[in-house]
Design a protein around this ligand. Structure first.
Ligand SMILES: *Cc1c(COP(=O)(O)O)cnc(C)c1O
Length: 231
């Protein structure tokens, strides 16, 4: 199937999943995850309506995003952020960083933003599957972590992100997303100064329909648009 057809089919699936739980599909941000795919392929997706692009490696983003920037609405960084890559990332002006999970990195980012006289929207990544291999803060530690990050005045927390458990058991995947949703509501209720809970970034190619049912408003989709990745 062509990229155009993939996108059309994906939009249909998003609409159906949203309608099933009486949600407005237009409130859902489709982030196309373009890692491993070359610029011409990404341009093809942009031609067919993709407006939001996500990359998970700084080096790859540095090589691609400057050439795509004029034709997209937003670039999001979704990968693990190492503190020695902060300056490179900030040059790409990400609209949103999905993956803050470490206080020391957040402090360095805050400091660098101070030098640039800029603010940055971020999401806190939560490890809802309790898989040791995954990044993200433990669910039980998320509220205090948010309170701590909220004090860094150049960082604006706008929501939470998670990667669901890699399993075919739908019940387990759903539990991951429910955990994130519950934390989202809890943090909202806390009314922490400077924290605006707007975005729930959850759901990928294999589980976005479950994520949409559980309240996701950013889904991060790679394979369903571009096909399988060749590393
Ligand atoms: C690669 C990646 C995705 C997209 O994965 P697909 O299964 O191809 O849709 C989403 N989120 C993150 C953090 C990723 O690294």
């Amino acid at each position: 199937m062509s990229i155009a057809e993939n996108i059309e089919k994906l939009r249909e699936r998003i609409e159906n999943a949203a309608r099933k739980v009486e949600r407005d599909p237009s409130e859902i941000k489709l982030l196309a995850v373009t890692k491993t795919h070359p610029i011409p392929i990404i341009e093809e997706a942009i031609k067919h309506g993709i407006e939001y692009i996500g990359e998970n490696r700084i080096q790859e983003a540095v090589e691609k995003i400057p050439f795509l920037k004029d034709n997209i609405r937003e670039f999001h960084f979704i990968g693990h952020l190492q503190s020695n890559k902060i300056k490179k990332l900030m040059k790409l002006e990400p609209a949103l960083i999905h993956s803050i999970d470490k206080l020391s990195t957040a402090r360095k980012l805050n400091e660098h933003l101070g030098e640039l006289k800029k603010k940055q929207d971020i999401l806190i990544q939560v490890n809802t599957s309790a898989e040791a291999s995954k990044f993200g803060i433990d669910p039980q530690e998320t509220v205090p972590f948010v309170q701590e990050i909220a004090q860094l005045k150049n960082l604006q927390i706008t929501g939470l992100m998670t990667i669901g458990m890699f399993t075919s058991d739908e019940t387990i995947i759903r539990k991951c997303f429910q955990t994130l949703r519950r934390l989202f509501e809890e943090i909202k209720r806390e009314n922490i100064p400077g924290v605006k809970m707007k975005f729930l970034s959850m759901g990928m190619t294999d589980d976005f329909e479950i994520a949409l049912e559980e309240g996701a408003n950013i889904i991060r989709i790679g394979s369903a648009i571009f096909g399988a990745r060749n590393y």
